[in-house]
Design a protein around this ligand. Structure first.
Ligand SMILES: NC(=O)C1=CN([C@@H]2O[C@H](COP(=O)(O)OP(=O)(O)OC[C@H]3O[C@@H](n4cnc5c(N)ncnc54)[C@H](OP(=O)(O)O)[C@@H]3O)[C@@H](O)[C@H]2O)C=CC1
Ligand SMILES: O=C1CO[C@H](CO)[C@@H](O)[C@@H]1O
Length: 276
């Protein structure tokens, strides 16, 4: 079980990735983003999740450079956006991300969404970036089982991770099981359902038993499921709260009660039917 904020999962290519990271979607205000990232790093976060489409790679790169922790001790993820998919355009987009971040490598590069039929060519570009050691690991996001099977049938490298929408209203049991069976780590986006379950009675009941918040209960549930988490917050007290997950344990029946909150309800788009 994950023991502390800097504990890592070993991805199938041997690279270690922290189980807990800071998501930075919607951190558009420069000062707010820098403040949040510095606070998170000072508190002990070692992983940051951005994407080209978040339009904050430059700020993220600067915040990392100005932090008290060496680049080598941080794990940085970014993603290729949908309009850049395809072989040449992905290589170009990667170069732009690297330049924006002002770095010479990225830890994890993801295909943001499974844009058909381009994701296979996009993946070939990611394989090249991996071979050239410009990225330490390559993965996907928002891939369903059939996308992963298609990729497996048409590529050499297997994704190390699948970053998917996952929270107690969308528990993704089948997809998580498939990923586990194929040594693909699972990472939850919107892990706390964007703060929409703060009043949920089951979560509040479990939270009061442990002296924790409902958000901490959800995040701990993810960790006990072996899922990597990247909760986003710009507020100091929440950045701390979202990482203060290591002094309690959910019982099996509590884990099951949280899983039973599933309604297969998405906040974001459906990976089989998106239009951006
Ligand atoms: N691959 C993909 O397609 C996607 C990836 N992502 C990634 O996942 C990350 C996390 O997902 P995101 O959609 O941001 O949603 P989250 O589930 O992380 O929720 C973030 C929201 O919850 C609020 N919040 C944070 N902590 C708490 C707390 N302790 N109590 C109450 N409210 C809280 C935040 O507000 P405040 O900041 O004011 O605290 C913000 O409004 C993103 O930042 C991004 O990096 C997200 C969407 C899609
Ligand atoms: O990462 C993301 C942030 O949220 C967007 C929707 O608002 C998504 O499209 C995207 O996948």
């Amino acid at each position: 079980m994950v023991k502390n904020l800097q504990d890592t999962i070993t991805l199938h290519n041997g690279i270690k990735m922290p189980y807990v990271g800071l998501g930075v979607y919607k951190m558009e205000d420069r000062q707010e983003a820098v403040h949040a990232i510095h606070h998170a790093i000072d508190y002990g976060y070692r992983s940051i999740d951005t994407a080209h489409i978040y339009q904050n790679e430059r700020v993220v790169g600067e915040a990392i450079k100005d932090s008290r922790v060496a680049r080598a001790d941080l794990f940085l993820t970014t993603k290729v956006w949908n309009y850049d998919q395809g072989y040449d355009s992905t290589l170009k987009a990667f170069e732009a991300s690297l330049k924006g971040l002002n770095m010479d490598y990225i830890d994890l590069y993801l295909i943001h969404w499974p844009v058909k039929p381009k994701y296979l060519d996009t993946w070939r570009a990611l394989e090249r970036l991996y071979d050239e050691k410009l990225v330490r690991a390559i993965g996907v996001s928002n891939f369903q089982i059939h996308h992963l099977e298609d990729l497996a049938a048409h590529s050499n490298e297997k994704p190390v991770i699948n970053q998917i929408e996952c929270h107690p209203r969308l528990t993704q049991e089948k997809l998580r099981e498939y990923c586990n069976e194929h040594s693909i780590a699972v990472e939850a986006w919107s892990p706390i359902a964007k703060g929409r379950l703060l009043e949920e009675p089951t979560l509040n009941h479990i939270a009061s038993k442990h002296g924790k918040t409902s958000v901490q209960i959800i995040l701990r549930w993810h960790l006990q499921n072996g899922t990597v988490i990247i909760p986003k917050s710009v507020r100091e007290e929440r950045i701390k709260e979202n990482a203060d997950l290591f002094d309690f344990e959910l019982s099996l029946s509590e884990m099951n009660d949280i899983s039973a909150l599933n309604l297969n309800e998405r906040i974001g788009a459906d990976p089989d039917n998106f239009d951006f």
